[in-house]
Design a protein around this ligand. Structure first.
Ligand SMILES: NC(=O)c1ccc[n+]([C@@H]2O[C@H](COP(=O)([O-])OP(=O)(O)OC[C@H]3O[C@@H](n4cnc5c(N)ncnc54)[C@H](OP(=O)(O)O)[C@@H]3O)[C@@H](O)[C@H]2O)c1
Length: 211
């Protein structure tokens, strides 16, 4: 599959490597320009190309966004139209500025992203796992229930299924927390599952107990 990645840091950079190792074609972009990613992409392999943001967005059949959430309005909505967009972002007010509607639980950060990318299909995923765990904890030999969980949410079941398949290919197990609104809250910073080192099999008990 052709995967565009916008944001080449802890999350975007490591997922570029994992998706490339799984055999996908990757286009990766950051804020400073494609030439700044030449060395990085060469290290990973022939199937990773540095591009400008808009070109990476157009390249991907599916596009991962892994930038500071507060930058979401800079994403190229036209280039991302009619695509599945994976939003790995989290809202941190110290970094992103204060968004009153998120603070008041009226909306989730991914719904704001979806409002900007109004012709894209948003799936929130990879936002609850620390990048160091993302690098090391995928294990394709483990049975599904014993795998480290990656949560997904969104309003389109087919899109969630495709993203869950990608998660499975890199050795993790996907768990669907529901819609972008409900699941977005379940997956938000500070929730019971945020940055918790859980297997798929452990999730139900944690969600039921709320801790
Ligand atoms: N760190 C984690 O463990 C972790 C885990 C889960 C989710 N997250 C979330 O994932 C997102 C990315 O986190 P990260 O730790 O990967 O960040 P990071 O290491 O700081 O990397 C951010 C990347 O985004 C690029 N970028 C910044 N603004 C951009 C823009 N307007 N357009 C395109 N690219 C832009 C940066 O490019 P330049 O370097 O050129 O500026 C950099 O490549 C955040 O929302 C974070 O909260 C992080």
């Amino acid at each position: 599959m052709k995967i565009g990645i916008i944001g080449a840091g802890n999350i975007g950079g490591n997922l570029a490597k994992l998706f490339a190792e799984a055999g996908h074609e990757i286009a990766i972009a950051n804020s400073r320009g494609a030439e700044t990613l030449d060395d990085f992409s060469k290290e990973i392999g022939d199937n990773v190309d540095p591009m400008e943001i808009e070109d990476a967005a157009k390249f991907g059949e599916i596009v991962l966004v892994a930038i500071p959430f507060g930058e979401y309005k800079t994403l190229p909505a036209d280039a991302l139209a009619n695509k599945i967009v994976i939003d790995a972002g989290n809202y941190y007010p110290d970094r992103d500025g204060t968004f009153e509607e998120i603070e008041n639980n009226k909306i989730t950060s991914s719904e704001l992203v979806a409002g900007h990318l109004k012709d894209s299909t948003i799936v929130k995923a990879f936002n609850t796992i620390w990048f160091e765990h993302l690098k090391t904890q995928g294990d394709k030999d483990l049975p599904f229930g014993d795998r480290r969980v990656i949560f997904v949410c969104g309003d389109d079941s087919d899109a969630k299924h495709i993203v869950s398949q990608l998660i499975r290919e890199i050795g993790f197990g996907a768990y669907d927390t529901g819609s972008l609104s409900e699941g977005g809250k379940t997956q938000a910073v500070g929730s019971a599952i945020y940055n918790r080192n859980l297997t798929v099999g452990e999730v139900d008990a944690v969600l039921q107990s709320g801790y």
